[in-house]
Design a protein around this ligand. Sequence first.
Ligand SMILES: Nc1nc2c(ncn2[C@@H]2O[C@H](COP(=O)(O)OP(=O)(O)OP(=O)(O)O)[C@@H](O)[C@H]2O)c(=O)[nH]1
Ligand SMILES: [Mg+2]
Length: 542
Amino acid sequence: MFGSSVDQKEEFLKSSIETLKEVCSKFGFSRKVEELEKFLQRLESPFLITVFGEVNAGKSSFLNALLGIPDLCRTDVDICTDRITVIRYCKTPERKKIDELTEEVCVNNPLLKGFTVVDTPGINSVLEHHTYITEQFLPKSDVILVVLPAPNPHTKPIWDWVDRIGKDFGKKLVFILQQKDLVSPEALKRLVEKVKTYARERGIEDPKVFPVSALLELKGEGNSGFSELRKFLEENYTGERQIKVKLLNLRNELIKFTQRCLEDIENLEREGEELKKRLEEVLNLLDRKLQEAKRYKESLLRSVDDWIASLTEKVANRLEGISLLDLTLRKSKVEEALKGLKVDIEEELRRFTQYTLIPNLELFEEGVLKPAVAQAAERLREFERYQKKLGKKVAPSGEREVLRAFESSLGSVKVGGGEEAVAVMGGSLLAGSLMMLLGGSFAVDITGGVIASLGVLLGVGWIVRKKRKLLKELRDILQTQIGERLKRELEKLVEERLNETLLSMRNYVKSRLETVEQNLRELKGAKERLISLLRELQNFNP
Ligand SMILES: Nc1nc2c(ncn2[C@@H]2O[C@H](COP(=O)(O)OP(=O)(O)OP(=O)(O)O)[C@@H](O)[C@H]2O)c(=O)[nH]1
Ligand SMILES: [Mg+2]
């Protein structure tokens, strides 16, 4: 499936990186995109062997001996190397500062025609920034030579690092047991085995361990261990082999990277599924609340009918009190009675509003609307957080308006009825609107209309009609003039409020739910892409 040429192999890895970049940018994994850029750069940069180890392990001396230049890197019993030294091949030797942390040394050594080597500050030194400098450099390396001091290769920090490097970078590690002149040949044998065991315990198959002595090498003594090491480096990390190592390293790192990406995508998927469930739940809740609101509205309207029935009775009783004589002869008595009725009806309406309508509206708003809207709002906030996690823009949310309206309900309503009215209506917008309505011309209008109709009824009907028929007519007047109008207004108020709250929240939730479903489809697509990429990478053999 893969072309045999190195170029084709390189192309394959490059296109894998491109695929990963596409997926990562789609879901806002910006750090990962940066990491991928570095992979690409590494593919283009020269082969890099980095020398790594604890402070004073003998790293710099090792490099000096390897390249046969005693004063190439500074060595000391004290903490010595404080910057990265990049050592590369050139005809005329020179030394230059690249930046505060990096120095470049050019030397004329044929071994360096194959690769660039790097000396690093020791980890685990009291100078924490040394560890930082070294850590920064490791991801760029193709091979890492882990230098351990032969007298004590057992310290935990370096092996914790080996653990991490193996996991994070998938690096090719080679172990150098330095300063071997300080231990006996028998002890050295045991130490080599020990180091191999430590490495295997950290998932490194077939670990390579080279016991060397920089001291002996620089003295020109034959048993320094360097010739075996040089042979190994030349055979494995020069020419054709080099690019293979590079590609293999990159492949291994990309496999790990893809697995991490997959995990992230799966987490986002899980989170999205959970959010979807919760949005669906709240959508159902809003639907139930809308049904409840409908029933509530009907019962509110029925309460108006009931009130009209009792009002009819009261008014009828009042009218009974007017004598036939008064009706026919004493107009002023009738007018007086009508005036009294007007006051009574207004008082009845006020009491009905205050003791029945307003408490009910408040209960409805507090008990039904607000909790449902608050729950929906919480879900919508979760949605926003999720969108941000996905690196997606969040559209300006209209639901905030709904919430704000709730929160400032008192302040946003101008109540005609003054302080008492404010106290009566509590925090309810519905109650406030009703008070506004009744405080305006509406109440005057309806009672005025009723009194006019009653006047007509008394004028022409009272004497000639049967009592039952009169009562019916009376009820009709009250029903049409007060009941129907009040019901229409109440219905309008409640409907408007539902539109502003439950219905608009429902629409928001529904559209967010659709977005989450779309996200989940995208995540699923990305997951499938990554899974097939992972398979290709696993089959890829440089
Ligand atoms: N006996 C012996 N001593 C060595 C050998 N290599 C290095 N040393 C000594 O070990 C000490 C540390 O050596 P360096 O090469 O500076 O060690 P390093 O790991 O580069 O140290 P830092 O840069 O400070 O992390 C020095 O005193 C060296 O002389 C060796 O092969 N044999
Ligand atoms: Mg050093």
